[in-house]
Design a protein around this ligand. Sequence first.
Ligand code: TRP
Ligand code: ZN
Length: 868
Amino acid sequence: MTQINPTVQYREDYQAPHYWIDTLDLDIQLHDSATQVVAISRVRRHGEHDEPLVLDGEQLTLLEVAVNGVAFNQYQQTEHSLILSQLPQECVLTIKTELNPSANTALEGLYKSGSAFCTQCEAQGFRRITYYLDRPDVLARFSTRITADATSCPYLLSNGNKVDAGVLDDGRHWVQWQDPFPKPAYLFALVAGDFDVLRDRFTTLSGRDVALEIFVDKGNLHRAHFAMQSLKAAMAWDEQRCQLEYDLDIYMIVAVDFFNMGAMENKGLNVFNSKFVLADDKTATDADYLDVERVIGHEYFHNWTGNRVTCRDWFQLSLKEGLTVFRDQEFSSDLGSRSVNRIQNVRMLRSLQFAEDAGPMAHPIRPDAVIEMNNFYTLTVYEKGAEVIRMLHTLVGESAFQRGLSLYLQRFDGQAATCEDFLATMSEASGRDLTRFSRWYSQSGTPVLKVRDHYDANHQRYSLTVSQVTPPTHDQSQKLALHIPLSVALYTEQGEPLTLTLQGHSVNPVLDVIEAEQEFIFDNVPSQPVPALLQSFSAPVKLDYPYSDQQLSLLTMHSIDEFVRWDAIQTLINNAVLANVAQRQGGALSSVPQSLLEVFTSTLQDSSLDPALAAEMLTLPTINSLLELFEQVDISVVGEAHAQLQQELATRLAPLWRQAYQQNQTPNYQVEHTDIAKRALKNVALGYLALAGEETHAQRQYQQADNMTDTLGAMKAAVHAKLACAGAMLADFEQKWQHDGLVLDNWFRLQATMEDGAAVARIDQLMAHPTFSLTNPNRVRAVIGAFANGNPLAFHAIDGSGYDKLVSVLVLLNTSNPQIAARLITPLIQFARLDDQRQSLIKARLQQLMDLPDLSGDLYEKIAKALA
Ligand code: TRP
Ligand code: ZN
């Protein structure tokens, strides 16, 4: 924890390890506060040299060291390592250590989640279990023997296959596991405890019979069925779409309540935050169900992209994460609505990843310098990383992409690879030159794509002049031109699509933008067209094209690409907010532009539209994402503009909201895409109706709901519109769900996002609630994370009270769980768009944190960059 001297690691300094470890046999005697680990490894010197073997270790008590069975004393211990000198060329190394799982609140390494033992080793947690070469390019065959009390821990789990088990006469028992696949230490897992187990089977394409087991807390078995269904769907999808099969005889998933992230892809033994496993109609919302499906898919897909082929070093993290997020996005899109998935991903990218690019932590998807690896599990590495893979897919097409993926997996199977390796195989399989494209891996920032057009009526020619500029970022001042796929369509003024041609040949709708400036010409264009630019969001860029309201309205109604329809509305809304803020600063107020009322009306009246798409089209962007429209702005003014727009849309279109609300009822709850879509639109309508002051719908829905989507939809609508019934709903909900942590998180989250003068006092109350605990990351995120990210007006209160609240929690988490602390600080370091007064309030608080005597490396890295 005490990282007085944080050291920076550079990607360019990569060196292969001085030693290899071929096998590791672990013998783990589990005890709450004194667990003993015997680690026996076969070590082999790599090349000719006299370098010592430097093993990583954190917070371990060393008990014994032996080489080839003989006690060994040629070693030195430092705070973070064990240095062994004068080892033979090859040897068997035995290391015995002790550690304290009960005291582990950081949730890295071996810790206790409730009464169960579990591990989290990515990125560098294995070094808290034993001294080891804790780096992803050292791949060993693991065997694990676990011994524990038989009553409290009837299940003893680890990676691979169970090969032996036995009972001891002191009330303890043991199980021996063997993982046949060599793996890096970050994929090791151990779980011991008492669970209910949901069992099923899956037969792979080639006929392998796989046992599927999901372990949940006792009494929760009925909440594991959807996860099991999702797992089988993921296994089938990977076979059909990517020809990839599962490779062990057993696949286990364990749900735990205390977990720093979403889930972890440990070989054959995934460990999940229970939030992404447990779901039933009474407790999970539609969005929760879809999250379970997505995360189960994500971790399963890692079995090939991450586990069979892993990363050479942590700078290559996007090699597995960007690719696996792309794969889970495709899985969700093939099972549900492709357009709605695309829109939701773009919403997240624009509001959060673009902000990361514009902030002090800006980095390329393959970072160059890292202090704390945990800080680089970012939206840039994951989400922008997936966008880069998606662009590649767009450029080479599905079949070449799949050929490239197979080639990559074959060639690097059982190895640790780099992003260059991946690109080289893709280039080989597709025949495309990806040299310029590879800059996406080394350049940070969000490119701005400026498009201007010209119509030449005489020659019936239409030209697009496209130029690209990536503004400088915190980490890089010089930017180069990128290879950007720009997907376009042209429409007549009546909304008819035009075929793109040049000199009689049809033109690919995906334009290859590779230069700083380029011109694209189309002929046979009968009249001035309306361009649909960046269809399906073909690249993670900001588009600059001077659309008129009329053009945007046309695209909203006629674009074949549904993303463009949604995006056109977003642009209309952005323009309305910009105009409103400008006039507000000038003293006067503008109301909702007619064009926006019209597209909302036509969207609400279009019965051919997928209700899920309509729900997205009718949802305003968040205040945080509207900040991106400004260089610097007073956030409270943006908040007022946002509120006014929402309020006017609510009241002026009330009859239409009422109609949409009534037409999208789903009598019997079913987790089925057409019903999910209707509930989405119904609850958007309900939110507007509540703002229009209509209390009865929300009240009735709350009382009659047979599912969590509708219960929460009603409660959110009432709370955010400050309806009189809101208080009673909150009280009722608390009383009903106080026994259920995951459900109650919704109650905490909703109150943390109530924006009124009492917000900070409310956070204090929530933190004083008997079920609040700083040791539970889900609860901390539901209160502190929701407040800092989802309640921007209260968080950015001009008296600094919101900042003080966050800082006081960070001070506590800095020592108990630095990884969570460093995640929560994000909204405090992304201050570039705020006014000077707020910026100086924030900087003073950051300085205060910087002066903490025991500041973790995690927080140090972010604060130092923010203050630089
Ligand atoms: N590899 C995990 C995933 O993408 C991420 C993860 C889970 C993680 N737990 C972690 C990363 C802890 C860092 C620390 O699904
Ligand atoms: Zn992942």
